[in-house]
Design a protein around this ligand. Sequence first.
Ligand code: GTP
Ligand code: MG
Length: 204
Amino acid sequence: MKRAAATIMKVTSAEFIKSAFEETDWPGDRKPEIAFLGRSNVGKSSFINSLLGVRGLARTSSTPGRTQSVNFFLINGKFRFVDLPGYGYARAPREVKAKWSAAATDYLAKRDQLVLSIHIVDSRHEPTKQDLQLHEWLEHHQKPHTIVATKSDKLSSNELRRNIELAKRAFKNERIVVYSAVSGRGHDDAWNAIQAALKHAKDS
Ligand code: GTP
Ligand code: MG
């Protein structure tokens, strides 16, 4: 069957709203939210910037653990992107680690208007134990989610094919969007998933 080409959303405005460390700091209105989650340094902030076509809106860094709070961005005045702290940065002091996961898991567990969680993994590596745990948690709690394998520009097409197959198997046949913040590969697929989630939330 031929798929009708969907129109990709035009981003007319994207602004940083706030960094929240606690629930009381989350925006109080009911706008739908898309969350970005994954291992520390996997490329969450770069993914957000490349989706929006802006540089430096979400802060990126080669130092793992850059994003430590829950960061809210308002898109087109209508919905929000939420950049969550990364997990699994082994060298973080224990209490910092605990704070990170509390901020992210609190948000995931409690936020009513969360319409989609975009789980970002590294296409170069097999999913980590924590990647699989997060995926199980999202499934178990029936949180709408999609997997994105980023940094695909760093692999040859053979390596990429092999790794995506392995990841698919590890994630129990979940569909995986292959992405690169450098080349823009996967941009339309990622936006399609976001638009579908926003539409679904509006219709239900
Ligand atoms: P934390 O907030 O620290 O958890 O990191 P993050 O997941 O937000 O990662 P970030 O976007 O800061 O990216 C980490 C590093 O990976 C940076 O040096 C980016 O330039 C690089 N990077 C991210 N995405 C890509 C990609 O698609 N391709 C390549 N080649 N590099 C990428
Ligand atoms: Mg970040």
